[in-house]
Structures are given as C-alpha cells and as structure tokens.
Design a binder for this molecule. Structure first.
Ligand code: HEC
Ligand code: HEC
Length: 267
C-alpha cells in the first residue's frame, strides 16, 4: 500500500501511483512529464492508461493512433466538444504542442500495450440523484433527486477515491430508460440509414480494427463527447472524415443511446 500527502496527489509532474505493481515501468514522459508544459500523462490518464471520464482511456489504443491524436490536438484539428474553456482539454492541447516526437513515441508504445477495462456500470433511470459541478466533473450532493431528461450523468461511485486519482474506483452512468436497446439497434443496423453500423469499421465486437480505435466499454460520457465533437466539427481530424457520415443525421437522444449501449460492452 502506498501513502501520499494531499499535495502529492495533485502533483502534475509526479502524480500518485497507487498500484505500481499493476503496470510495467512508466517512461519518463508518462510518470513525470517535462516542465513547464508537458504534464505527466499519468496525472490525467492514470498510470494504467485507464483514464477518467473527463479525459480519455488511452490503454489499448493503437500506438500510431495515439501519436496521431496528440498531433491533431497540437494542430487544432481536434478540440473539445465543449464550446467554452474546458480545462482538461486545454491542458491536453498545450502539452501536445510541446511534447517531442521521441516522448510521444515512448508514451504511445507504453499505453498501447496496456489492457482496456470497463469502469462504468450503465443504469437506466427516469430520475437521478442531484449533482453539483465539482472541479470538472459532477458530484452527487445528497440533496435529493431530479429528472434525468436527455442527459448522461456519470459519477464516481466513491467521489473521494476519484479525487485521490484511484485507478480502481468504479463509476456509474445514469442514462435515459430504453437507451441501451435503442443504442444496440442503431449500432448493429444503422437504424434504417440514420447512421452506419459501427462494426464495419470498429470491428465486429467494436474492439478496434487496424488504426481505428476500440470503443467497446469505454466511458459513456467520453463516447458522447466524441460523437458530439465529430458532429459539431470540433473534432475535424483528417483520419476522422469517415465519422462525419456516421453522426450527420443523429440527434442528441440517438447519440446518448449509442454511447449508453457501447458503454455496456466488454472491451
Ligand atoms: C491535464 C490532463 C491531461 C494530460 C496531462 C494528458 N492528457 Fe491526454 N487527454 C486529456 C483530455 C481531457 C483528453 C480528452 C479530450 C476530449 O474529451 O475530447 C485527452 C485525450 C487524449 C488522447 C485521445 C484518446 C482517444 O481515444 O482518442 C490521447 C491519445 C492522449 N490524450 C494522449 C496523451 C499523452 C500521450 C499524454 C502525455 C504526453 C497526455 N495525453 C497527457 C487530458 C490530458
Ligand atoms: C466508415 C468507418 C466508420 C464507421 C462506420 C464508424 N466509425 Fe467511428 N471512427 C472511424 C474512424 C476512422 C475513427 C478515428 C478517427 C480519428 O482518427 O480521429 C473513428 C473514431 C470514433 C470514435 C472516437 C474514439 C476515440 O478513441 O476517441 C468514436 C466514439 C466512434 N468512432 C464511434 C462510432 C460509432 C458509435 C459508430 C457507429 C454508430 C461508428 N463510430 C462508426 C470510422 C468509423
């Protein structure tokens, strides 16, 4: 068992590594980054690359895909779906501009070899516990409940462990009733031309194919942010052009359904 001070859990250049035996030795850029701008990848994406809902799981993505996405953040081709300032992505963009190709190669090789794990259980509900905005994510505040409406609310099952950057804390994503079944239909058939079946590009189990990334079992709010980003043009990466046709006709409720269903799959 490791012990860290509160300040150490917030150190962008030496983030806490609670379970050092759970992953191979980290390259320098992952464990410590490089001052002043290249913050340690492990601070946000965690030492196992499993990520958190407000950033991204990078474990198990193809190395060349990882490197290209970072270059796309640097060039401005990939931005956050959030139109205002969104701190985590702003920091990701800033470091992408400063990271060297050698550091990027080390990080990409490291993360691509780690296993992806599903961390969020998906729960269909009409009402959700009331939440308030924490630093960049929502926190249940115990005040009562409210209608979910057309939203996905993804929360850590233990907010305190999330704050401590515990890579094993489970999450729960509340999604509207009927989402999973509707998402499954859209994903597998394309819903009569509303979208395209995802398996033709992402692989039959949505576990990735060549340089096309795996999506099965990833954080549903991450998935939804990406669908929205493709749809609004915030993510206009050269390699992402095939995604334009996928999202062009989707409404928010469709994207929520797709993200909910894909989030239930085993990675
Ligand atoms: C300050 C937090 C932070 C740090 C440090 C950070 N990232 Fe990120 N990263 C993010 C966020 C936030 C996103 C997701 C943006 C979004 O939602 O569109 C992201 C997304 C990514 C993605 C896209 C994943 C995908 O599936 O497309 C890759 C690849 C990536 N980061 C690699 C890195 C590497 C390599 C490093 C270290 C050199 C790093 N990141 C450091 C915050 C960070
Ligand atoms: C015609 C091929 C094609 C189809 C069909 C397709 N995708 Fe994609 N998708 C891609 C490519 C290529 C990328 C990588 C884009 C990039 O490199 O920026 C991608 C990326 C994504 C991402 C971002 C993943 C990440 O790690 O950030 C998500 C989410 C996604 N697709 C969801 C879907 C869903 C859901 C469907 C079905 C409804 C679907 N895709 C159908 C080609 C496709």
């Amino acid at each position: 068992m490791q012990a860290f001070t509160k300040a150490q859990t917030l150190d962008l250049f030496a983030p806490p590594d609670w379970f050092p035996e759970s992953h191979p030795p980290m390259p320098e850029v992952v464990a410590r980054g490089r001052r002043p701008t290249v913050q340690a990848c492990a601070f946000c994406h965690l030492p196992t690359g499993i990520g958190r809902p407000e950033n991204a799981a990078v474990a198990g993505l193809p190395a060349e895909y990882i490197a290209q996405q970072v270059r796309d953040f640097a060039s401005g081709a990939r931005r956050s779906a959030w139109t205002g300032a969104y701190k985590p992505t702003d920091l990701m963009v800033a470091l992408a501009k400063e990271v060297s190709e050698a550091e990027l190669a080390d990080a990409a090789a490291y993360f691509s070899r780690l296993p992806i794990k599903r961390r969020a259980e998906i729960v269909e509900v009409e009402r959700v516990p009331e939440t308030r905005l924490g630093f960049v994510y929502v926190v249940i505040d115990g005040a009562g409940d409210e209608p979910l409406g057309q939203r996905i609310i993804e929360v850590a099952q233990d907010h305190h462990r999330h704050e401590l950057r515990d890579p094993q804390v489970p999450y729960r994503a509340y999604v509207p009733k009927g989402s999973v079944a509707r998402g499954q239909a859209l994903v597998s058939t394309g819903g009569d031309g509303l979208t395209l079946p995802c398996g033709s590009c992402h692989g039959p189990e949505l576990r990735g194919l060549g340089l096309i990334p795996p999506i099965a079992g990833r954080s549903p709010t991450y998935l939804l942010r990406q669908l929205l980003a493709f749809r609004t043009g915030a993510r206009a990466t050269p390699a992402g052009v095939p995604m334009q046709a996928v999202v062009a006709k989707l409404q928010l409720a469709d994207m929520i359904a797709i993200a909910a269903y894909v989030g239930t799959l085993e990675p």
